[in-house]
Design a binder for this molecule. Structure first.
Ligand SMILES: [Zn+2]
Length: 175
């Protein structure tokens, strides 16, 4: 696996994030005092027997989203249209693997609203596998979590966090 950023998952698999996905997310870092939160879905594929996942691309803010300094609410329809298109065009390999959004803080931590939203998504959303992945892009750090359907206290910090500025320069995060 050779994406520029790789997180270790609790099941031993890895979550890789492609350069293209990182570029999109980094373009929405909330550096300016008035910049609003951004986010979208993470679209990826299962590799190496299904344990490793590569996020190939992410959607950015789309029509119907609601954005403010401290909130991002993603519309369902416009992001689903991108998911459907990618699923078709990839020959049914690229699929929904999680969500990302930005925070106006250097090193991001999920808010209570985020955690409730993530729990709802793993319970209600349709996806392959046992868990969904969540990325928060802070002003200096990017972090990732995963959450499973079955456990209620199931937030898991993956290993690996990098300076947002350094992500694209990093060759491998050796896990
Ligand atoms: Zn948040």
């Amino acid at each position: 696996m050779s994406p520029p950023l790789v997180f270790l998952k609790r099941n031993g698999g890895r979550l890789g994030i492609s350069t293209e996905a990182l570029r999109t997310m980094q373009s929405y870092v909330q550096r300016e005092p008035g910049s609003h939160e951004a986010g979208g879905v993470m679209i990826g594929r299962y590799v190496t027997g299904g344990e490793d996942i590569v996020v190939d691309l992410v959607t950015g803010p789309l029509p119907g989203d609601r954005r403010s300094r401290f909130r991002f609410y993603r519309s369902k329809r416009s992001h689903q249209a991108v998911l459907d298109r990618e699923w078709q065009e990839s020959g049914h390999t690229r699929t929904y693997v999680g969500e990302w959004h930005t925070h106006p803080e250097p090193d991001p931590t999920p808010s209570t609203i985020d955690l409730n939203d993530w729990r709802r998504r793993v319970q209600r959303d349709t996806f392959h596998g046992e868990e969904l992945h969540f990325v928060i892009v802070g002003q200096t750090h990017l972090r990732a979590w995963e959450m499973t359907r079955n456990s209620s206290c199931d937030l898991r910090l993956c290993t690996g966090h990098l300076q947002v500025e350094a992500v694209l320069d990093a060759k491998f995060l050796n896990v």
